[in-house]
Write a protein that binds this ligand. Structure first.
Ligand SMILES: [Fe+2]
Ligand SMILES: [Fe+2]
Length: 199
């Protein structure tokens, strides 16, 4: 299922930081699609145009790279959902169903990010704080669609993590997060469609 090995990641690590951006197609090729969201992959790269990477860049561990990607996904989701909670429900009404739902999902995503950071530490890695590039939409229907896509990307990503050789406690964290992301997707799909924005 994982067509690319750590060799692919190692090759990516040899490129300068500015060129290490991959789109969804690339992520899907790597077995870690993220719902159409472009991500900066490595959190641990050393950068620079040297033909040979400095010692800190290798050997790379595919499990750590994928966990780093998942953490970026979670950080991005937290920020995206804060933004969309306000834009989808502009009235400052914490009782509004859309806002309550987003607050619950954001709390889940925060827990996911903390659990994944802890899993990386247990593997001997030091997590970074990079996030995916921000995604903006002008229209509320498009915002909700982006959020549903983000959950679908997360589901793909966590399914791809399940085939890696993680220790059992980490696998159980990944399974729990996957179940959360599937629930988030269902909840967002069940939201009533937002009204079309007028220009
Ligand atoms: Fe999450
Ligand atoms: Fe989620």
């Amino acid at each position: 299922m994982m067509r690319n090995s750590s060799e692919t990641v190692t090759r990516a690590a040899r490129k300068p930081l500015a060129t290490r951006r991959i789109d969804r197609r690339r992520l899907l090729e790597l077995g870690a699609g993220l719902g159409g969201l472009a991500l900066g992959l490595p959190l641990f790269g050393c950068g620079g145009p040297e033909p040979e990477p400095p010692p800190c860049c290798e050997p790379r561990d595919l499990r750590i790279d994928r966990l780093a990607l998942a953490i970026q996904h979670e950080y991005g989701a937290i920020i995206q959902y804060c933004n969309h909670a306000a834009l989808l429900q502009p009235a400052a009404d914490d009782a509004a169903p859309e806002r309550r739902l987003y607050q619950q999902i954001i709390a889940d995503e925060v827990r996911h990010a903390i659990d994944l950071n802890a899993a990386m530490v247990r593997l001997g890695a030091r997590p970074g704080v990079a996030i995916w590039p921000p995604l903006l939409a002008d229209e509320r229907r498009a915002m909700l669609d982006l959020d549903i896509q983000a959950e679908e990307g997360a589901i793909e990503l966590y399914r791809s993590l399940l085939v890696l050789d993680f220790p059992p406690p980490t696998l159980s964290i990944i399974r729990r997060i996957l179940a959360d992301e599937q629930r988030h997707r269902r909840l967002l799909l069940a939201l009533p469609p937002p009204p079309f924005d007028t220009p």
